[in-house]
Design a protein around this ligand. Structure first.
Ligand code: PMP
Length: 463
């Protein structure tokens, strides 16, 4: 393009996008004839696109991120003030917002103790994976390097996190992957018929026992950690059934397997408690988080661990290899923790955890009511404001509704001015679960507007 680029000339922005942007996670062929969508502005629960059209955002920035809503002046101000004071210094030195946020965060996480700052959820997970490997070498003579991950869970886009990837749609064609990542079965009650031998009763315990079987098959002395999402996000919004988490904890203890909970989506309020694992009484060894930590106002992710793990790296200070030989350049950016402190204050002062739980109940109720009317909804599930509605062609067989029709529901909602998502990236071409994750500030009217839009869309697409 020639001439001066004027950001107020949105047709030039669209042109530049078509010419130069490679968007995340989508096929670009349609942009040869359709304009890409540019999101220009956001306020509260709503965003505006390049055509000036207003959308109610029911997915918090598309991927469960903007937990406190758009246009928070106090976060922008906290970041501005911090940047003018000190924008960056490598995190081998400390920073004022880094220390303050770490203290506040640990107050919300009894049993946890140390915060390692990094940039993205993937990277936070890699830090934990690296620690597990290093512990295996330090403590177990190079054994216990295996990391178990679950079918349908997602832990990131890098090669090591894809090696722990339970969603085939994301991993096929990107191999070969890193060794010593071992898959365990999912724990999805609604699709338990797809698992050999799954019982009608006590499915939660049974699903956890499958993890024990994998540990025994691999050899307990080779398994270092188990990495799980508290509520599986992109794999179809899946909450584990009763009895699951207690058994998981017992199994980890029994075989000396470290428990890594990936809170990249659930963390910082999404399920109605500070962290998803706190709903289930779990005691993790590692917790990773990213999206909601600063609600997208700055890039920040954290890998949090216990004093016990931390102390393993202090005990032999004369050994030149006995420390965590890892760095993340932008883990030293101060904008992230400055934004995160203010983000946390907002959640507390505005009682957004309480609102999340209450609005989550309302939305669950609305979606269950839609089940009565639309046979295509086979299941409604999730926790807090993190919900999914799985669409099926047949309730009896649970055959998934075609992805194209699920996408047509999403497109119809978009035309009505409501942005929702569709997920279940576990099986390529089977994204048949509508997903909802509005900001934690959602009101009853917002929730009703979202579910009314879904009602209309389902009627038009499925009749
Ligand atoms: N873990 C989970 C559960 C996620 O949903 C995601 C991102 N969608 C990640 C990890 C990776 O985070 P990031 O994209 O920030 O690397």
């Amino acid at each position: 393009m020639d001439g001066t680029f004027n950001e107020n000339d949105l047709s030039r922005v669209v042109e530049a996008d078509r010419a130069h942007i490679w968007h995340h996670l989508i096929q670009h062929k349609p942009f040869e004839t359709n304009d890409p969508r540019i999101i220009v502005e956001g306020k509260g629960m709503r965003v505006w696109d390049q055509k000036g059209k207003e959308h109610l955002d029911a997915v918090s920035g598309g991927v469960w991120t903007v937990n406190v809503g758009y246009g928070r002046e106090s976060i922008a101000k906290a970041v501005y003030d911090q940047l003018m004071k000190l924008c960056y210094f490598a995190n081998s030195a400390g920073s004022i917002p880094g220390s303050i946020f770490a203290e506040k965060l640990i107050e919300k996480m009894p049993g946890m103790s140390r915060v390692y700052y990094t940039n993205s959820g993937s990277e936070a997970n890699e830090k934990a994976f690296k620690l597990v490997r290093q512990i295996a070498h330090k403590r177990y003579g190079g054994k216990k390097t295996k990391i178990l991950y679950r079918d349908r869970d997602y832990h990131g886009s890098t090669l090591a996190t894809m090696s722990a990837g339970g969603q085939d749609e994301r991993t096929v064609q990107y191999g070969p992957f890193a060794p010593d990542f071992v898959r365990v079965p999912h724990c999805m009650e609604y699709r338990k018929h797809e698992l050999d031998g799954a019982p009608e009763e006590n499915f939660g315990e049974w699903a956890a026992d499958q993890i024990e079987e994998v540990i025994l098959r691999e050899g307990p002395d080779t398994v270092g950690a188990l990495c799980l999402e508290p509520v599986t996000a992109g794999g179809g919004v899946i909450e584990a059934p009763e009895g699951y988490w207690q058994r998981v904890q017992e199994i980890c203890k029994k075989y000396d397997v470290l428990l890594h909970i990936d809170e990249v989506v659930c963390g910082v309020g999404r399920t109605g408690t500070w962290f998803g694992y706190q709903q289930y009484g779990v005691k993790p060894d590692f917790v990773t988080m990213a999206k909601g930590v600063a609600s997208g106002y700055a890039a920040i992710a954290c890998m949090v661990t216990t004093e016990e793990v931390f102390n393993m790296f202090k005990d032999d200070a004369d050994d030149p290899l006995n420390y965590f030989r890892d760095i993340s350049t932008f883990g030293g950016c101060t904008a992230g923790p400055a934004a995160a402190i203010e983000n946390m204050r907002i959640i507390e002062d505005e009682n957004l955890l309480g609102n999340c739980a209450a609005m989550g109940d309302r939305m669950t109720g609305n979606l269950r009511a839609l089940m009565e009317k639309h046979k295509v909804i086979g299941d409604v599930r999730g926790k807090g404001l993190f919900l999914g509605a799985e669409l099926v062609a047949d309730r009896a067989t649970k055959e998934p509704a075609p992805e194209k029709l699920t996408q047509a529901v999403v497109a119809d909602c978009m035309a009505q001015g409501v942005i929702i998502g569709a997920t279940n990236r576990s099986v390529p071409g089977r994204n048949n679960t509508l997903c909802f994750s509005p900001a934690l500030i959602a009101t009853a009217d917002d929730i009703d507007q979202i579910t009314d839009a879904v009602d209309g869309a389902l009627g038009r697409v499925f009749g």
